[in-house]
Design a protein around this ligand. Structure first.
Ligand code: ATP
Ligand code: MG
Length: 560
């Protein structure tokens, strides 16, 4: 696998699917474009699905076409309406609207009739072998398979058995319907694939109407064809399924949809399998599908990712024909890029240490002008209170600093952003030698914006203690310790690589304006990163999630 990093990603030109579409439109093969997004409602959507959504909806949009949302609900045992609703919510949140909301189960009757048609053409048969016998009979990549003893049943007998399968006369696993193709075909999937299996299970939409359910390979292409999908885009691992897709369309003589494969999205330090993500939820490794550490769309949303940032990411990733792994830092770069333009800045201190400004009047509170967003003048200004007692970040003070340390240290000066220059005069410690308080003096001539020309090298953030709002802040780390989760040794389990330190809680102090933010408002805490109020947030106990850190270091903040 080749690794693509942020730097290696070029500006997009036409991707290979766009080239195909343009050729099809130019030659008149298709007059318009109809794509589909076909999720199986057996889990929540993740960032990989987002890539596929952006591609399918994006292609249709670019060429004035439409996209259907089709639930691939052919396995009643694993599927649920909860997932259907969540999937719809996520697609809409990403900013896309589908033309029709459809379900593979809408087509069960048609698919059944086509199965009968295949039987009548001598192209399908009922097999009584066990799953194991069928598997062994398929042969291997190097040896041809053997025909089932039931392969040459008469058409009448096949119709009779298949009808009785449908009518519920047999138990699960007793019989299957198979296509009659070629037991020696070099593509193992063409060695008489299974079309239907018996499953006495209640379906979330069709209830107990059916006890036979079509397999993916039999359902997918025919569903595409019924809807007249022009370009059926799926991930690379389905390229071996394409001959089956085409075989059914050819034999049934139905609308010729075509399948095109692109590389699935893989991200470093992440897994994308719904089965594994479900396992993380069920075993309480995370708090739910929308845990902010999950690569799910609802997890990313809760963490503060925006639809714009995810769409930008999908665009930057592009459409590849070869599998690759995208660096997680690209996703982070995209959300910074978006929020830098839109998120208002605020002051918050995550690991506070108290500063007392001894020469500042005891009861005085000054309101300081602060710029909401230096990238967006229309965001305006606000005022923040300043007083004798403030909190600063523990990291912004060092008792014995190395050379070139420009933040606060004994005898040294630093600027408080939007306020004054202060100088540290005394360090007060408790019995165990922990720093309790820093005593400083301020220079009243240096108020920001008041025309002082005195400069110091460091500028730090702060909040006024009396007005500060306490809050819980959740800082996240990547879910896994290994970058290439697809390459872990065979004898290892993906859970062996769970990062034990993925969540750190901080007791923060925030400026008062942050108390009244509506849920889902993205903000920047100066110098610390982008944050968003969490759904656990209550007026009496605010909770913020850190979406992503800032790339910029503290030194880049300029004094105003
Ligand atoms: P599972 O994880 O259960 O194997 P899946 O990820 O294939 O399932 P589906 O609901 O079948 O889930 O996927 C819907 C669509 O999203 C399919 O067209 C699939 O190809 C696409 N898709 C799934 N994962 C990715 C990914 N990592 N990158 C790009 N597209 C993806
Ligand atoms: Mg799938």
């Amino acid at each position: 696998m080749n690794v693509i990093t942020n730097e290696a990603i070029n500006e997009p030109t036409l991707n290979f699917i766009e080239e195909i579409i343009e050729a099809d439109l130019a030659s008149g093969k298709h007059k318009s474009v109809l794509t589909r997004f076909p999720p199986e409602p057996n889990g929540y959507l993740h960032i990989g699905h987002a890539k596929s959504i952006c591609l399918n909806f994006g292609l249709a949009k670019k060429y004035g076409g439409k996209t259907n949302l089709r639930f691939d609900d052919t396995n009643p045992v694993k599927e649920d309406i909860e997932y259907v609703d969540a999937i719809k919510e996520d697609i809409q949140w990403l900013g896309f609207s589908w033309a029709d909301e459809l379900y593979a189960s809408d087509y069960f009757q048609q698919l059944y009739e086509w199965a009968i048609a295949l039987i009548k053409k001598g192209l399908a048969y009922v097999d009584d072998q066990t799953q194991e016998e069928i598997r062994l009979g398929r042969g291997t990549v190097t040896t041809p398979g053997k025909g089932s003893p039931f392969r040459n049943r008469s058409i009448e007998e096949n119709i009779d058995f298949f009808t009785r399968m449908k009518n519920g006369e047999f138990k699960d696993g007793e019989k299957v319907l198979r296509a009659k193709i070629d037991m020696a075909h070099p593509n193992m999937l063409m060695r008489d694939p299974i079309l239907y299996r018996i499953l006495h299970a209640e379906h979330h939409r069709t209830g107990n109407q059916w006890c036979i359910y079509p397999m993916y390979d039999y359902a997918h292409g025919q569903c595409d064809s019924i809807e007249k999908i022009t370009h059926s885009v799926c991930t690379l691992e389905f390229d071996v399924h394409r001959p089956i897709y085409d075989w059914f369309i050819e034999k049934l003589e139905i609308f010729p949809s075509h399948q095109y494969e692109f590389a699935r999205l893989n991200l470093t330090y992440t897994i994308m399998s719904k089965r594994k993500l479900l396992e993380l939820v069920r075993n309480n490794f995370v708090s739910g599908w929308d845990d902010s550490r999950m690569p799910t769309i609802c997890g990313l949303r809760r963490r503060g990712y925006t639809p714009e940032s995810i769409r930008l990411f999908a665009e930057k990733v592009g459409v590849a024909k070869r599998n690759n792994v995208i660096d997680l830092s690209l996703l982070e770069w995209c959300v910074r890029e978006d929020l830098n333009k839109r998120a208002n800045r605020y002051m918050g201190v995550l690991n506070p240490v108290k500063v007392v400004i001894t020469n500042y009047p005891k009861d005085k509170v000054e309101m300081m002008d602060a710029v909401n967003n230096p990238e967006d003048e229309s965001a305006g200004k606000r005022q923040i209170p300043f007083s004798r007692e403030i909190y600063i970040e523990q990291d912004d003070f060092m008792e014995n600093p190395p050379k070139k340390y420009f933040r606060l240290s004994p005898g040294n000066e630093v600027r408080l952003k939007y306020a004054y220059i202060i100088k540290c005069e005394e360090v007060i410690k408790d019995e165990s030698s922990n720093i309790k308080e820093l005593r400083c003096i301020y220079d009243a001539e240096t108020r920001s914006g008041a025309g002082s020309t005195r400069q110091v090298k460091g500028t730090i953030h702060w909040v006024s203690a009396a007005q500060a709002i306490p809050a819980e802040v959740r800082l996240f780390d990547r879910l896994f310790t290994e970058a290439y989760m697809d390459n872990i040794p065979e004898d290892k389990d993906y859970k062996d690589y769970l990062n034990p330190q993925t969540l750190q809680l901080a007791k923060a102090y925030l400026e008062p304006a942050l108390a009244v933010l509506p849920l889902g408002t993205n903000v920047q805490f100066e110098r610390l990163g982008y944050f968003v109020p969490d759904k656990d947030s209550k007026p009496e106990c605010l909770v913020f999630n850190r979406t992503v850190t800032l790339k910029d270091s503290w030194a880049k903040i300029t004094a105003k």
